[in-house]
Design a protein around this ligand. Structure first.
Ligand SMILES: NC(=O)c1ccc[n+]([C@@H]2O[C@H](COP(=O)([O-])OP(=O)(O)OC[C@H]3O[C@@H](n4cnc5c(N)ncnc54)[C@H](OP(=O)(O)O)[C@@H]3O)[C@@H](O)[C@H]2O)c1
Length: 256
């Protein structure tokens, strides 16, 4: 058997939330490069159309569909439109997330708690439920939840964000344990410091980067493409016996 072929995503349909830039875009492009038909999604139709066009120019199959992941009607519409277009969903990457505050817990209002949980946890729960019937019917599906090392080890100021990512890790493991019998796998990726807009306040801070260089085993922040190969592995048959895994791509952060 060819191991290389196990990574092939030809004929698969992938939805990647928050894929107009950053980690989501890198993952969407990698899945498309391996043959998947990819739905590029974010809140801006203009932004997702531009990324879909960029992918098509490279010979990939891609469609842009706008969706604010915090809105149930838009979540439902995203999956319905995907199914109408491509006949199902084989790969769901729950990537979009928010972190509107950098604050100790006592300074955070309840409505901010609700917003973070809605976008970072409830949306992932809901998208997976919308995809479930199609994955179950095919007895095959891969859910990839983009969590964070913050979900396993707290950092000052990122406590509530960490709570949301911790919940996402448990959602991943619950999905894996309940849905394995239907051929549906669910795994979490925990990135460390990746150079995107989301984390710019961290990687553009000289003091923080000095700490990274002196304490982190790999001594640097990463590029979004350094998460993409892991997503291809988890999306494909190469990981057919992997479910409920929480995989770090963190330069060794969890060792520090
Ligand atoms: N960067 C890091 O260091 C790091 C570390 C650990 C984990 N992560 C996780 O990695 C994931 C991606 O983050 P990133 O760093 O790649 O962020 P990013 O570069 O800022 O990209 C975020 C993407 O999500 C979209 N988005 C934001 N809010 C959305 C919403 N409510 N509904 C739909 N789309 C939304 C954005 O597009 P629009 O603005 O057009 O909607 C954009 O496409 C997140 O789950 C984050 O928690 C990141």
């Amino acid at each position: 058997m060819s191991v290389k072929k196990l990574f092939d995503l030809e004929g698969k349909v992938a939805v990647v939330t928050g894929s107009s830039k950053g980690i989501g875009k890198a993952i969407a492009e990698a899945l498309a490069e391996y043959g998947a038909k990819v739905i590029v999604s974010s809140r801006s139709q203009e932004a997702v159309d531009a990324v879909a066009e960029e992918f098509k120019a490279k010979g990939y199959e891609a469609t842009g569909i706008a969706c604010h992941v915090g809105d149930e009607d838009q979540r439902q519409a995203l999956i319905q439109k995907t199914v109408a277009l491509y006949g199902g969903v084989d790969i769901l990457v729950n990537n979009a997330a928010t972190n509107p505050v950098f604050s100790p817990l006592e300074g955070i209002e309840n409505n901010v708690f609700d917003k973070i949980m809605d976008v970072n946890v409830k949306a992932c729960f809901s998208f997976a439920k919308h995809c479930f019937p199609f994955m179950k019917e095919k007895k095959n599906g891969s859910i990839i939840n983009i969590a964070s090392v913050e979900g396993m080890k707290p950092s000052l100021g990122l406590g509530l964000y960490g709570v949301s990512k911790s919940a996402l890790i448990m959602l991943t493991q619950s999905q894996a344990s309940e849905w394995g019998k239907y051929g549906i796998r669910s795994n979490a990726i925990c990135p460390g410091l990746i150079k995107t807009k989301f984390s710019k306040a961290l990687w553009s801070n000289e003091h923080i980067m000095k700490q990274v260089e002196s304490h982190l085993p790999l001594q640097r922040a990463a590029d979004p493409t350094e998460i993409a190969g892991l997503a291809v592995y988890l999306a494909s048959q190469a990981s057919s016996y992997t479910t409920g895994a929480v995989v770090n791509a963190d330069g060794g952060h969890m060792l520090t």
